[in-house]
Design a protein around this ligand. Structure first.
Ligand SMILES: O=C(O)C1=C[C@@H](OP(=O)(O)O)[C@@H](O)[C@H](O)C1
Ligand SMILES: C=C(OP(=O)(O)O)C(=O)O
Length: 409
């Protein structure tokens, strides 16, 4: 295995930059992601007076737009796929209601679809009022907190958010703060407390970095490739705002060495594999599927923690991993107290069919197993959510897929 693979631009950065650009009223964005989640965000923001916003299966689009539309006083509806209607939004809706938004649940309390009925503006006259204070749980999704922070500068008293519970996906909150700062709005991070003063965003240009979550699948490929294999990945920044850069350290233990060639190019080479791996995914939940499949395939005994949020993503990712790994002789066993053990007995790839559960990351996490034998992945077009060119890039480095990859759009 030798070659160069292109990764898409970060969908997380792209979707933040688009919301902040809309609030700033300008600034040019370069290298936006071709992910469906980002294309969708762009389309929806172009028509802010739409009577219905269909956020499809994009969590960031649903959460960020809910806050943006609610705080800009729109009267509209937000909906999504059947799965989106099972992904909770109560924490965000409760916080927005405290900020004066009138929001109704259209079907099930706590879940989309939502009806926004406008906003009772907060008075900016109370000189004694410092920040508007909110308590927000951090243990369900960090996207609620990012959504609130981004609208914070536009509120008459700004926002002081007290984070409660175990905070997951913290690097995504820091990414939000970093992008806000890039557009001229300061957010103070005091640990359990985040503070945003009322202030104006400045229209600013921004170039989106490569997506480290997407890079994780190339790490998996090198981990499973024969000795002597190497791959080059352009556009990934060494000093990144993305927490999923944690893949560098994780994969160092699973036999992938990373060299930063120039500032934005990496070279991955196959190296020695550790016997054990212990990993907490609280900060990087999107890497869990990639790492579980590689650990099982390499026979590395692995203990994972911090998987709580996986059950409410595009699918219940724990159940999906358990069912699909079992087809190969692998297992992800609940060992209690938040620990999961990855193990394998006689792991074999011999023509199995992997279900993908409307989850791009299921398809991309299992695809590298093709280095060990043939397999079939159901509904391969799911990758369009974050990485529409994934199958084409696999072909470019020498995988054969049948049927050949169709254009994703
Ligand atoms: O803010 C973001 O861009 C994201 C935050 C994470 O979600 P949670 O905060 O729900 O864990 C992550 O899993 C998702 O893919 C993208
Ligand atoms: C969980 C994900 O996305 P979202 O929550 O934005 O739908 C993901 O991309 O893995």
């Amino acid at each position: 295995m030798r070659g160069t693979a292109q990764v898409p631009a970060s969908k997380s950065e792209s979707n933040r930059a688009l919301i902040i650009q809309a609030l700033a009223g300008g600034g040019e964005l370069h290298n936006l992601s071709d992910a469906n989640d980002t294309q969708l965000m762009q389309r929806l923001l172009r028509n802010p007076a739409a009577p219905v916003f269909d956020t499809e299966d994009a969590g960031t689009v649903m959460r960020f737009l809910t806050a943006y539309l609610a705080m800009t006083g729109r009267q509209t509806e937000l909906t999504g796929t059947a799965r989106m209607q099972e992904r909770p939004i109560q924490v965000l809706v409760a916080a927005l209601r405290e900020l004066g938004a009138r929001i109704e649940y259209q079907r099930q309390e706590g879940y989309p679809p939502l009806r926004l009925l406008g906003r009772t503006p907060q008075a900016a006259t109370d000189a004694a009022a410092d920040f508007t204070e909110l308590n927000v749980r951090g243990d369900i999704s960090s996207q609620y907190i990012s959504a609130l922070l981004m609208v914070g500068p536009t509120l008459p008293h700004g926002l002081r958010i007290w984070l409660t519970g175990k905070v997951g996906s913290r690097p995504y909150i820091r990414m939000t703060q970093a992008l806000m700062q890039h557009f001229g709005a300061v957010c103070r991070d005091l640990g359990e407390v985040l503070e945003v003063r009322p202030q104006a965003y400045r229209p600013t240009n921004y170039t989106v970095e490569g997506d480290w979550s997407a890079a994780s699948y190339w790490y998996a490929i090198v981990a499973l490739a024969p000795e002597g294999s190497h791959l080059t990945l352009p556009t990934l920044r060494r000093y990144s705002w993305q927490g999923d850069q944690a893949i560098v350290a994780i994969m160092a233990q699973l036999g992938v060495l990373t060299e930063f060639l120039a500032d934005e190019t990496l070279r991955l080479t196959k190296g020695p594999v550790a016997a054990h791996l212990t990993q907490d995914f609280t900060d990087c939940p999107d890497l869990a599927q990639t790492v579980a499949v590689v650990a099982a395939a390499l026979g590395v005994a692995a203990t994972f923690t911090g998987l709580e949020s996986l059950r409410i993503k595009e699918t219940d990712r724990i159940a999906a991993l358990q069912t699909e790994l079992a087809k190969f002789g692998g297992a992800l066993t609940d060992a209690g107290e938040g620990r999961f053990v990855v193990s394998a007995e006689n792991f074999r790839v011999e023509g199995q069919t992997v279900a993908t559960y409307h989850d791009h990351r299921m398809a991309m996490a299992f695809a590298p197993l093709a280095l060990l034998g043939s397999l079939t992945l159901e509904a391969p077009q799911v990758v369009r959510k974050s990485y529409p060119q994934f199958w084409r890039e696999l072909e470019r480095v020498g995988f054969s897929t049948n049927p050949a990859p169709a254009p994703a759009f």
